[in-house]
Each structure stands twice: as C-alpha cells, then as structure tokens.
Ligand binder design. Structure first.
Ligand SMILES: NC(=O)c1ccc[n+]([C@@H]2O[C@H](COP(=O)([O-])OP(=O)(O)OC[C@H]3O[C@@H](n4cnc5c(N)ncnc54)[C@H](O)[C@@H]3O)[C@@H](O)[C@H]2O)c1
Length: 543
C-alpha cells in the first residue's frame, strides 16, 4: 500500500512549479490531493492530469491572503475528501514583474512589502489557522511550509521576499511548539534556486551558472527534488521531525562564503585555465624552432618569458647559463642561424598548471640522420604565468653530444632511483621494498603542492596518500609510466592515469600527467607537482 494512502493533502500554489510537483508527488504516494491556487485554471489542469494518471485530486481556486476565501477553500476540501491530514503551505508571489520591484530597503515601495507579507506570511498563517482545527479533530496532521534560502541569508535586493521567508521559519517553530503534543508536526522546507518553468524562462544563464558555482551538488534542484522531501516529511518516516527547517538547496547555504572563489582559485592554479597557457607555450616553442626568429616569433617568446628568465645549461655549445629574456632570445636566434647545422626539433606533449610547464621535445640531428633524442623542458611560471627559469633534461649539451656521436644519452644516476620509485608508486601495493624505494627518493620534509592546496608535508604522508588513491577508486587506479627524465635538479615522469569511482558510476578518468620533482644536491626530492594535460578532467573525477 502506498505510504500516504488514505491521507488527504492540500497544497497551495499547486498550479505551477514546486507546488505542482508536490501535489503530484503526494498523489503518487497515495494521498487524495486538493490542488489549490489563485489561478483556478492551472489548478484544474494539474488536478485533471493527476486524475488521468490514476490519482485522486480536485482543484480549488482561492487567494491564500484572503481569510474568507481560505475558509471557503478549506471547507471545500473537507467536503470533497472528509478531512485534511497534510497542508503544504507553498503559495508565494513569484511573478517576475513583482519580484523585480522588490529592491533595497531605502527605496522600497511599502505596498509591495505589505502585499508580500500578506501572501507569503499571512497566507501561511490563514491556511494553518483554518486547517489546524480540522487536523485536531482527526488526532493530528502535518503542516509543511515552503520557505527559501532567502530567509536565512542576507539578500542583496529582495528585502521583502527574504524577510517574509525568514518569518515562515519562525512561524513553523511556533506551530510545531503549540500543537506538537496534539499530534501536529510542522516543518519548513527550504529550497535554494529551483528549476521551475518560471525560473527556467526568466533567470538568465549567467545567473544560473553563478548559482551553480555556489552549489555543492552538480546540478541545481528541480521541483521534483523538493517534492521528494515534502513526501518524506509528510510521511511517518519523518515522525520525529518537527519545528525544523530542512534545506533542499544542494548545500548552497552551508558552505564558507568564499567557496566559489576558492574553487576558481584552485581551478586556475590547477590548469583549468592552463589550456590557455599550453597554447601560449606551444606557439612560443614552435616559434623557437623556426629557422630564424622574426618579429612575430620574438613577440611570442616575449609573451612567454619573464624579463628575469634564466636558462640553466643553455647553449648547445655548453656556454654558461643565459639570463634575461633578451639574452635568451638572442641565443636562440644565434642557434637557429648556426652553420653547424641546427637540430630539427618537434614539440610533443605540453603540460601546464599555475606553477610549471613541461614540454616534451624530439630533437634530431638533421634530416635523414635517423637519430633523435627525447628531451623534457621544464619552465617555472611566475604569478603572471610567465616563465622564470628553464631547464632541459637531458641538457642541450648532452643531447648535442648524443646526436653527434650516434650513441644514446648517458642516463643520469638519478633516473635509476627515480624509476624504481615510480614503479613502486604504480604498483600501489607498497610492500617494504616499495616503501624503501620511495624513501630513498623522497626527503623527510618532502611537500606535494597539489592543485587542491597544500598537500602532504612528510614522506609518510606522501606514501599514505598514494595508498588512498587505490582505496578511493576501489582498486581501479592504474598508473602507467611512459617516460622518466632526471638530472641533478629535477626529475620528471610522464604517466597515464586511469581510474573509476565505485561510489559514482560513470565517473572515469583517463589523463596524461607529467610529475615534476625538485631534487636537492643528494638527488632526493623535496617538492613536487603533478601537471596534467587535462586538469579539468581530474578535478571532475575527484569532485
Ligand atoms: N523556484 C525557486 O527557485 C524557489 C526557491 C526558494 C523558494 N521557493 C518558494 O517555493 C514556493 C513555490 O514557488 P515556485 O517557484 O514553484 O513558484 P511558481 O511561480 O512556479 O508557483 C507559484 C504558484 O503560486 C500561486 N499563487 C501566487 N499567489 C497566490 C495566492 N495569493 N494564493 C494562491 N496561490 C497563489 C501562483 O498562481 C503559482 O501557481 C514559493 O513559496 C517560493 O517562495 C521557490
């Protein structure tokens, strides 16, 4: 048997939006429903469609702010169904023209204030006043009042509306207090912005997007989401809930006010805005590998490099480090013009976030030589996203030597240590030997600067975090190591991350990531970043 079977419910403002969804939800749960609205035609249409789908409903038209009309409406409901067990006070003035006039207090139209209070507050009181005696005669009932997030948070413009909705919550507590012992529960349901047809037709997309940014769930609520809470609260499953306000707002009203700003900040730091930097770097790198640097190319490089940029181990001739944007550009220009035969360079993968850019290049000795060496370039970014320091691993001189001799690049000793560590990390099992590899590589005060804020700050914490990835993904977390580069100052691994979320079916991650480690003089890592080719996909996977 449906859980509200035998109950009679009256829903005000049920000709549209949340009230309509509530009426349908209560009818589906077995209640006989009185669809009440100022707009009798709409109420009738909703009642007819409930009946057409097998429910029981009648329509009554009345203005909730008018006591005589409320009295007649309640009498009509009782006459039709023999009593009332559930009252959903929901009607409020929502017309766009009216709401647009509800502004800051110093210019407020007093009649607008009075009309708002008459419908949104007096209307709830009047319906309760006339329904409570009916409920008491049947041993109890449930009164549900639709309030709004506007009633608990300061409103920038809707002064009257916000105040009326705060009053609804106070009214709810008084009803619950006065009639609880006589079997009447009273609960306020507090929707956030809800995608009713009126909202969909009138709220501009940028505002909807803004509201979504401040909402913790992925989508804004629908009228059915609110109706689901109403049906639950009307049922005996909620028998011990009274006097409370239940938010159905996707967490809009519970988080720190800086939530959306923080999310934007982390997204910026994590490469959601990184796509633009990737493009910039790719163009600048392409410019760098043209035969000569023309004015346009120089402009691209200037856009990328900070004035105090430093290239460690710059020239193919192993000259000392180059310092300053102008000096770097001059050397690149010289290099490409060199009659020694400039190398052919292809720009492969480019990864970036707010801290680093990693570009993987393929350097070849010249057409037809058949010799090529992979090289990773790391750029450190300053606060404005400009490159301040640059490394190439293996260094240019090493690459040049390998190309000239036809022998492979001699691996730096750090590569071996690092590869063992990365292998351990990829296994995700962490036996004693794996921990040993990781400990050999990580310094005690290692820090992972993750896009989500400061990460683990000790070796143990970092190791524990690797373990939790596997747990959080139900064992599906998979890390494939593609390439590993290292020298005295940095180590980089290029990995592919794949995982599913057992708790969120459909969430799947498949991204490439460059992990950049800073090394001390002993080859131990003290800071690292994970720079993804699609950080937004990673963010989406974990949130
Ligand atoms: N939609 C939202 O984003 C949202 C958010 C928070 C709270 N709410 C609240 O939810 C409730 C329903 O709003 P909605 O968005 O579904 O609006 P809606 O405009 O879709 O429906 C409101 C209904 O109330 C009726 N009504 C208005 N004045 C009346 C009166 N004096 N007597 C009888 N009926 C009257 C209207 O005819 C209309 O059918 C309201 O209390 C509103 O304040 C809505």
């Amino acid at each position: 048997m449906a859980e509200l079977s035998g109950k009679v419910a009256i829903v005000t403002g049920a000709g549209s939006g949340i009230g309509e969804a509530s009426a349908r939800g209560l009818a589906t749960a077995g209640a006989k429903v009185v669809v009440a609205d100022l707009n009798k035609e709409r109420a009738q249409a909703v009642a007819d469609s409930i009946v057409a789908s097998g429910g029981e409903a009648i329509a009554v038209g009345f203005d909730t702010s008018d006591e005589a009309q409320v009295k007649t409406g309640v009498e009509a409901a009782v006459a039709a169904f023999g009593g009332i067990d559930i009252l959903h006070n929901n009607a409020a003035i929502t017309s766009v023209d009216f709401m647009m006039r509800d502004g800051p207090i110093h210019g407020l139209d007093v009649s607008l204030w009075d009309t708002t209070m008459a419908v949104n507050v007096r209307g709830y009181m009047l319906c309760a006043k006339h329904v409570i005696p009916v409920m008491l005669g049947r041993g109890g009932g449930v009164i549900l009042n639709t309030s709004s997030g506007a009633g608990i948070l300061g409103e920038l413009v809707r002064s009257a509306y916000g105040t009326s909705k705060a009053a609804v919550m106070g009214f709810t507590r008084s009803v619950a207090t006065q009639y609880g012992k006589q079997g009447i529960r009273c609960v306020s349901v507090m929707p956030g912005l809800t995608m009713t047809p009126t909202v969909a037709a009138n709220v501009p997309p940028p505002i909807l997007e803004m509201m979504k940014r401040h909402t913790l769930t992925q989508e804004l609520a629908t009228p059915d989401d609110v109706a689901a809470a109403i049906v639950f609260l009307a049922s005996d499953r909620a028998a011990r809930i009274t006097g409370a306000t239940i938010p159905v707002d996707g967490g809009f009203g519970i988080h720190t006010p800086s939530f959306a700003d923080e999310m934007a900040m982390w997204a910026a730091a994590s490469g959601a805005s990184g796509a633009a930097v990737v493009e910039k770097v790719r163009h600048a790198l392409d410019a760098r590998y043209r035969d000569t640097l023309e004015a346009d190319d120089v402009a691209l490089l200037e856009g990328l490099l900070a004035e105090d940029a430093v290239w460690h181990g710059a020239g193919l001739d192993a000259k000392s480090d180059a310092r300053g944007r102008t000096e770097l550009i001059r050397r690149w220009n010289e290099l490409t013009k060199s009659d020694k035969g400039a190398p052919q360079i292809d720009v492969g993968d480019v990864y970036t976030d707010g801290n680093h850019v990693v570009a993987v290049l393929e350097v070849s000795a010249g057409e037809g030589s058949g010799r090529a060496v992979r090289q990773a370039n790391i750029f450190h970014l300053d606060d404005e996203g400009k490159a301040t320091e640059i490394w190439a691993i293996p260094g240019n001189a090493v690459v040049a030597q390998a190309l000239a001799s036809g022998k492979p690049v001699a691996e730096h000793p750090n590569v071996a240590i690092f590869r063992a560590t990365e292998d351990a990390r990829a296994r995700n099992t962490f036996g004693p030997e794996d921990i040993g590899h990781i400990e050999r590589f990580l310094r005690e005060d290692v820090r992972w600067i993750s896009p989500w804020g400061k990460g683990p700050a000790s070796r143990e914490e970092v190791i524990a975090q690797f373990g939790t990835f596997n747990q959080a993904t139900g064992g599906t977390f998979k890390l494939d190591i593609n390439e590993v580069f290292a020298d005295d100052t940095h180590a980089i691994s290029l990995v592919r991350l794949q995982a599913d979320r057992p708790d969120r079916p459909g969430k799947h991650m498949d991204v490439k990531e460059a992990n950049v480690f800073h090394l001390d003089a002993n080859g131990q890592a003290y800071e690292f970043w994970g720079v993804a080719d699609d950080q937004a996909a990673i963010n989406n996977f974990w949130t």
